[in-house]
Write a protein that binds this ligand. Structure first.
Ligand SMILES: NC(=O)C1=CN([C@@H]2O[C@H](COP(=O)(O)OP(=O)(O)OC[C@H]3O[C@@H](n4cnc5c(N)ncnc54)[C@H](O)[C@@H]3O)[C@@H](O)[C@H]2O)C=CC1
Ligand SMILES: CC(=O)C(=O)O
Ligand SMILES: [Mg+2]
Length: 566
């Protein structure tokens, strides 16, 4: 942690006060000058790596940013905030995936905390090894399902780091108050276990009670030191994602981003799709939606979408899920499935309600039969929306069919943007989890690529929860976040197929989402206030004042005068 380092930017008075005189070259370089210097070296790197493989270029870019992060955090975050559209794909998906795959080799110095299976019984004291007195936001992973890349063990630490970089950039959480955490309970990835460079515990993953006891101990330790810290669970394999959410949601201030954050972003996109067709929102009840992938993300999306349908239809719909079709690796999920996962049960079709489709039907069979308005992928499998499937979407009953290829990183996307526009037609709405370039459709028209990624919500969920002082994150707070994102875009934009704001506006989106979360926490009497702002003050704020309150609490990277701590 060196947010306080200004390197060549320390003024002479500070060099004296902090005992730095003589330890730096004599010339004092201004922040702006340091900034330009970094951007110039970044541009040179771009020039010098032209013609090299994408992998080489991406890792080189990540390295230069990471080195800046190591030596001057203030400058790093300013550069990140000002160039978020360009740098998000490096510190976040897709490059963060490549970094995790190669973490042990890339490792130079640790970032965040590591709790392992070997630390049982020690966590309550270990948590005090973290040098910062106040932690507001923790992102925790056990590395068991890193993006669509599977079990990467300890190497998954790159994900909490990347997510928290987004927290600083988008939500203005002070970098001194964030904590990326790896819970290393072993790995079942044989290749890693055999890799001499592997930095994690060399044992198979803990299972069952043994596993839960480790997570329990960690959660208790965090709660003891920082009772108000919010813990975001990230990239846990499905069984533990659901189990830990159920286990901790009433006890601690936590949420699961893959289940709950993704659901809100997808729901906002689905509602945007209805608007893009020129239909009223109530038309959502008529949309046929095929979800490919019945994991934590796919089931999270379905569960939130079904709740929305149920609300929109006045809570009457006992068959609120009739318009949804769920497909996993074994095909269409029906009640006939033997050993059906309990989490998927509410979405399994009764074969009696299916004409011409049966248990295990393939994606192409389902698409041809259902002619869905939306085909949404959260399968983690690159290319499963193949040419045949995309061409079948031309027969969709919708005037503007939507393809959401939400799996990450880029290689794992169900299809590319070019494939979608060229096979499914130019009238589609397209969204992907990792960024793609907009598609030139030839005739002067552009096929807009949306990035349907939970980055549009998790920073606002975390920040809003923090500033409300809520002890739990309720469904109502999550729904408010999703609805806020859904209504962010203008009618004009949505008609053009633009469902989400540009990532350039991520701070503004996050302020709005954060305020919506605060308002929901107040309405539900969950809010206990934050700092000097109590429940009463929050309750008396108008919506606009709440947005200003949230904005006013965002940290912004600039140099402040430094003194020695006494
Ligand atoms: N865009 C976003 O914001 C987010 C994207 N994701 C991405 O979603 C993907 C899945 O994440 P989880 O649900 O957590 O994973 P998971 O491992 O829990 O679930 C994957 C699901 O896909 C199914 N599947 C596997 N192969 C398939 C095939 N060939 N055809 C149909 N279904 C198949 C599996 O049966 C399983 O139900 C990952 O790539 C992840 O990066 C996850 C969260 C957020
Ligand atoms: C974006 C994200 O959370 C994931 O792909 O897992
Ligand atoms: Mg994730």
């Amino acid at each position: 942690m060196n947010v306080e380092s200004k390197d060549t930017g320390f003024p002479l008075t500070e060099r004296d006060r902090l005992g730095l005189r003589g330890l730096l070259p004599p010339r004092v370089i201004s922040f702006e000058h340091q900034y330009d210097r970094f951007m110039n070296s970044y541009r040179s790197l771009e020039k010098n790596t032209q013609g090299q493989s994408d992998r080489f270029v991406s890792l080189s870019k990540w390295r230069i940013l990471n080195r800046l992060h190591d030596r001057n955090e203030t400058l790093y975050y300013r550069v990140l905030i000002d160039n978020i559209k360009e740098f998000a794909p490096i510190i976040y998906t897709p490059t963060v995936g490549l970094v995790c795959e190669n973490y042990s080799g890339l490792f130079r110095r640790p970032r965040g905390m590591y709790f392992s299976a070997k630390d049982k019984g020690e966590m309550m004291s270990m948590i005090y090894n973290w040098p910062s007195d106040q932690v507001d936001m923790i992102v925790l992973t056990d590395g068991s399902r890193i993006l669509g890349l599977g079990d990467l063990g300890v190497q998954g630490i790159g994900i909490p780091i990347g997510k928290l970089d987004m927290y600083v950039a988008a939500a203005g959480i002070n970098p001194q108050k964030i904590l990326p955490v790896m819970l290393d309970v072993g790995t079942n990835n044989q290749k890693l276990l055999e890799d001499p460079l592997y930095l994690g515990v060399r044992q198979p993953r803990l299972e069952g009670e043994e596993y839960l006891l480790i997570v329990d101990e960690f959660m208790e330790a965090v709660h003891a030191r920082w009772p108000k810290a919010i813990v975001q669970f990230e990239d846990f394999q499905m069984k533990w994602a659901f189990e830990t959410l159920k286990r901790y949601r009433e006890r601690f201030c936590m949420f699961n981003d893959d289940i709950q954050g993704t659901a809100g972003v997808a729901l906002a996109g689905l509602l945007g799709t209805v608007r893009s067709q020129g239909q009223p929102l109530s038309d959502f009840l008529k949309q046929k939606i095929v979800v490919v992938g019945a994991g934590s993300a796919g089931l999270g999306v379905l569960s939130m979408a079904v709740q929305a349908v149920s609300r929109m239809s006045g809570g009457s719909g006992t068959d609120a899920n009739s318009q949804f079709f769920l497909i996993d690796k074994d095909g269409l999920v029906t009640t006939e499935r033997s050993n059906l996962d309990p989490a998927a049960v509410p979405f399994a079709k009764n074969p009696r309600d299916l004409e011409g489709l049966s248990e295990g039907a393939s994606i192409i069979e389902v698409v041809k039969k259902v002619k869905p308005h939306v085909l949404l992928g959260l399968s983690g499998v690159g290319g499963v929306f193949n040419t045949e499937v995309l061409k079948a979407m031309r027969e969709s009953v919708s005037t503007k069919p939507a393809i959401f290829a939400m799996s990450n990183p880029t290689m794992n996307a169900e299809c590319t943007a070019i494939e979608a526009f060229s096979h499914a037609g130019e009238n589609i709405v397209f969204a992907s989890g990792s960024p793609f370039e907009n598609v030139d459709l030839g005739n002067g028209e552009v096929g807009h690529v949306n990035q349907a990624n939970n980055m549009y919500l998790f920073p606002g969920i975390g920040l809003g929860t923090l500033l409300s002082g809520a002890r739990h994150i309720t469904d109502g707070m999550l729904r408010a976040a999703a609805e806020c994102l859904a209504s962010y875009m203008t009618e004009d934009d949505v008609r053009k197929g633009i469902l989400y704001p540009s990532i350039d506006c991520i701070r503004d989106v996050t302020a709005e989402v954060g305020a919506a979360v605060v308002c929901a926490a107040v309405a539900e009497k969950q809010a206990e206030g934050h700092g000097d702002v109590g429940f009463k003050e929050l309750e008396n704020m108008s919506k606009e004042e709440t947005v200003e309150y949230v904005r006013g609490n965002m940290w912004y990277p600039e140099y402040c005068p430094l003194v020695h701590e006494k």
